[in-house]
Write a protein that binds this ligand. Structure first.
Ligand code: SAM
Length: 223
């Protein structure tokens, strides 16, 4: 019995060592040029997005009114990003060819850039009217913004974020996270927009109703 246990232990140890050696050999897949480029692009996209949100919030509202919440990093967001990295590592390990579709990855990179530009244009256009927390009370200096990018869609910063977030996953050639991000981000905005607009209708009345009639929301299937 003792001998059997000993043999079993040795066998398990051998399997672990084999797995580690095999894994090390395949580390070259994980740290291939493709992975280095795609992961670096991803980290830069995330870093730039959050730092620029924070810096713009300070520039527009002043340090006294801005907290770390303006970095826009929530627990759910971190979980989603972590899941997408896990998907990436699993896929590059088992299906490295999947990550070599450069036209897909570059399309994702283009979406990231377009989404980022649209979001930042929205923030710059709305200026003080743009708050990360939805206003529930009308402030005197809060005017309805309908010019610039707000002429084309009512929620350009949400359109921008939608494009940016799905773009990060297309850039990583992550099929599961691309679909999951699209559903989750869409679900989030499909609830946030009616809530935000409930207050905008209260603040601006018929002026806002008229704006809604003329301009689409900018998020697919959200009126
Ligand atoms: C995070 S910002 C998002 C703005 C807008 N939904 C967008 O996607 O660009 C939320 C704040 O913007 C304000 N807001 C939204 N649309 C606005 C508009 N057209 N004019 C002025 N303020 C607006 C809301 O009152 C809310 O406090």
């Amino acid at each position: 019995m003792v001998l059997l246990g000993h043999i079993f232990k040795i066998d398990v140890q051998r399997q672990i060592v084999t797995f580690m050696l095999y894994g090390c050999a395949n580390l070259s897949e994980i740290f291939s040029d493709t992975a280095c480029r795609q992961l670096l692009q991803m980290f830069f996209a995330i870093f730039f997005f959050h730092i620029s949100e924070f810096v713009l919030a300070i520039a527009i509202h002043g340090t006294a009114k801005v907290t770390v919440k303006s970095l826009l990093i929530s627990k759910h967001y971190m979980l989603a990003m972590f899941f997408s990295l896990v998907e990436y590592i699993i896929e590059i390990y088992f299906f490295p060819g999947l990550k070599e579709h450069w036209w897909i990855s570059n399309t994702g990179l283009a979406l990231v850039v377009v989404g980022e530009i649209l979001r930042k244009l929205a923030i710059l256009t709305a200026g003080r009217a743009f708050t990360h927390l939805i206003r529930t009370r009308h402030e005197e200096n809060h005017k309805l913004v309908t010019h610039g990018v707000y002429r084309f869609v009512r929620h350009p910063s949400y359109t921008g974020f939608f494009i940016w977030s799905v773009g990060t996953q297309v850039m990583l050639c992550n099929p599961v996270s691309t679909v999951a991000f699209a559903f989750v981000v869409w679900g989030f905005f499909s609830k946030r927009i009616p809530y935000e607009e409930h207050f905008l209708r209260r603040f601006f009345g018929s002026e806002y109703e008229d704006y809604v009639r003329r301009v689409p929301s900018g998020v697919p299937f959200v009126k």
